[in-house]
Design a protein around this ligand. Structure first.
Ligand code: ATP
Ligand code: MG
Length: 655
């Protein structure tokens, strides 16, 4: 290798190109590098390695290296630096030696690098001669003076030059180094990979062309897991247009005698969030020629929301083979006023309309299926209604399921509320109304549901009121000293009488032997005072509620209390020592209930207070029932307060 200061290269512009050149044109790193990848493709490279900077702090560079045919010194001059040079015209061919369709046409793509860098270094070894040439394109230098405006060529230094050498031939290719970068945030490799893959339709294996970014291969990324419908694949026999043929998933069709296209259009399950992906993109010669769009359709779509789910590609090579160049340099937009493109535009508009119609139909069917499935969940409960009632509720549930804003759990909650109310005979009129409304608006349904809420509250309020009445009745009987087994049985069935929080408890019979043991240990069995007492164990989950009702008329004393403590504690001890029982000893609640407590004994009071800390409560009947009563009243008041406007509920207000 030797420095060559005598060799010169010249940069000359064909005047018309200066307008095209627009450095502004390729401001995104992805667009810029896509141009350099295109050049590697055109040079029959099989691999392009792109090195992106991960740290922007010290002189970051982007390096693009390919193993293509490279350039001889003459080619550097006559092809690379010959701005506006049309390789297709010059060679009379539209494909490379290896038969690849040529991507380049304008002769300006190399300047894409100036969109993101002020300096482009070219290092190339020719496959033909083994010549090696290194030179720099510097934006400032090129811009300086007005040499390029008149057609005087700009003389440029050649940094390094090596004579032809058959031994160097195997190093053929090109290394482009972009430096003095004009962006200052390190690009995300992921975003970059995706962006590059969207600009091309390469198939790395079939096309024998691999692109690597920082060592990772770029693959055609299809978010196939999230595709709901894909056309042409999901056409039914009747839907499938006659003039298409399906080849490797693509529809192949002729839009005129000479113009063939291939396409695939997908609809995703959810709206496409990513920018620039909604719509249909057009590719030519494996390269993006028109970014995703709606084929210039304005309004009149069969579905307003459908386009947000749609993403597709059309491969229309003919647009890159027309005598006129209809592809804009940055490859975002085709020149749709061209007469041959009008045909494609028309086709695209028809296709979009056709597919949106199909999508809408499918979506509806899908939704209906889903709704059926949702309602299925209520199957057994629905089954208990007579057939005509079942139909009415089903219709109402369907109305509910059709609301797009209602999520799964909300649907189930509301559906359950409807069924419960219906079972309680409360909601009949309401649901019938709901089921009968054709095309109910969301607001209408919401009003109905609000009404349902009030009705449910009304229903509950009535139930609470009944409970309060029952407590009142129980109090009367107790006051008359009528505590007998019948009362105990009644409490066993209605433990809410003691407190709303015991509402879910049921009689627990599996612990009989433990109870018996506890009775022996506490010596309750043999004592006179305890004769005629009533005991009861209720359970819910891991909790136990142990109730001891003393004989009517009896006054609780210290001895009673001791034995009650022993009784509860020995139950707890048994639970701890026996495995296989799912009750927790710390969730055993003891209640000792009597007509009266000996209130002359302050020490006894103190002890009762202490016992409460250990979840053993000694109460007089009167206190217990007033507690229950006030808790239920509180509950009722909360219920009523939630629907302050509803007069029906307000009548339940307690004094
Ligand atoms: N990586 C490369 N390997 C070999 N030759 C290259 C490479 N890059 C560019 N060239 C040569 O330089 C010429 C100019 O490239 P440039 O990208 O400016 O124009 P183009 O590819 O012909 O057309 P377009 O502007 O449409 O891309 C190419 O035609 C090719 O001969
Ligand atoms: Mg090019």
């Amino acid at each position: 290798m030797k420095m060559s200061d005598n060799r010169k290269l010249k940069l000359s512009f064909h005047g018309k190109i200066i307008d095209h050149l627009g450095i502004q044109m390729y401001q995104s790193p992805i667009a810029s590098i896509a141009e350099l990848i295109s050049n590697a493709w055109d040079a029959d490279a099989t691999e392009v390695n792109i090195q992106l900077p991960t740290d922007m702090s010290i002189d970051p560079k982007i390096i693009i290296q390919d193993n293509g045919i490279g350039m001889t010194f003459d080619e550097c001059q006559n092809k690379y630096l010959n701005v506006g040079y049309n390789k297709r015209e010059a060679s009379g061919k539209s494909s490379t030696d290896n038969g690849r369709p040529l991507m380049g046409r304008k002769g300006i793509g190399k300047f894409a690098g100036f969109g993101i860098a002020k300096n482009i270094k070219i290092e190339t070894v020719s496959k033909e001669t083994g010549e090696r040439t290194v030179f720099n394109l510097d934006l400032e230098t090129i811009r300086k003076g007005d040499t390029y405006v008149n057609t005087d060529p700009l003389e440029m230094d050649v940094e390094e030059y090596n004579e032809p050498d058959p031994n160097r031939v195997n190093e053929h290719g090109m290394i482009i180094t972009l430096s003095n970068l004009t962006f200052d945030r390190a690009p995300s490799i992921e975003v970059f990979k995706r962006g590059i893959s969207r600009r091309f339709t390469f198939n790395s294996r079939k096309d024998d062309f691999i692109i690597k970014i920082n060592g990772i291969e770029v693959e055609q990324d299809y978010d196939s897991a999230n595709i709901e419908f894909s056309f042409p694949r999901d056409y039914t026999l009747e839907e499938k247009p006659e003039n298409i043929r399906i080849e490797e998933g693509f529809a192949v069709e002729n839009i005129s005698d000479s113009h063939q296209i291939r396409w695939e259009i997908n609809f995703y399950k959810d709206t496409i969030q990513e920018q620039g992906v909604q719509g249909i993109a057009v590719y030519a010669h494996k390269k993006l020629a028109q970014s995703p769009f709606m084929f210039n359709l304005t309004g009149g779509l069969p579905s307003q929301t459908g386009p947000e789910y749609m993403s597709g590609i059309v491969i229309a090579n003919f647009v890159d083979e027309l005598p006129e160049d209809v592809i804009s340099p940055e490859r975002q937009r085709l020149n749709w006023s061209h007469r041959d493109l009008k045909l494609l535009e028309q086709w695209g508009q028809e296709k979009i309309k056709e597919l949106l119609k199909l999508w809408k139909k499918r979506r509806q069917e899908e939704r209906e299926k889903l709704i059926e499935e949702k309602i299925e969940g209520f199957g057994s409960r629905l089954g208990r209604f007579p057939p005509h009632e079942r139909e009415v509720i089903k219709k109402a549930l369907k109305k509910l399921a059709e609301l797009p804003k209602l999520d799964e759990t909300q649907f189930i909650d509301m559906g359950e509320a409807i069924l419960t109310s219906w079972e309680g005979g409360r909601l009949k009129a309401l649901i019938e109304k709901m089921a009968g409304v054709r095309d109910m608006t969301e607001k209408q349904l919401l009003n109905i549901l609000l009404e349902a809420n009030v009705l449910t509250a009304l229903h509950t309020a009535e139930a609470v009121k009944t409970k309060l009445d029952a407590i009142h009745g129980l109090r009367e009987r107790i006051e008359k000293r009528e505590l007998e087994n019948a009362v105990r049985d009644y409490i066993a069935k209605n433990p809410w009488l003691i407190s709303p929080k015991w509402e879910t408890f049921i009689v627990e019979r599996s612990l009989n032997h433990i109870m018996r043991q506890a009775l022996q240990i506490s010596e309750i069995e043999n004592l006179d005072d305890w004769r005629g007492r009533v005991d009861l164990i209720l359970s819910s989950g891991e909790s136990l509620l142990v109730l001891e009702f003393m004989r009517p008329g009896l006054k609780i004393d210290r001895d009673h209390l001791s034995r009650f403590e022993d009784y509860i504690n020995s139950i707890r001890a048994s639970l701890e020592s026996q495995t296989g029982l799912h009750f927790k000893s710390e969730q055993v609640y003891g209640y000792l209930i009597a007509d009266r407590i000996d209130d002359t004994n302050p020490a006894l009071r103190k002890r009762i207070e202490q016992d409460e800390k250990e979840k053993m409560y000694t109460l007089e009947w009167g206190t217990l029932l007033s507690q229950a009563e006030s808790q239920w009243k509180e509950f009722l008041d909360v219920l009523i307060d939630r629907s302050p406007e509803d007069e029906r509920l307000q009548t339940f207000k307690t004094k």
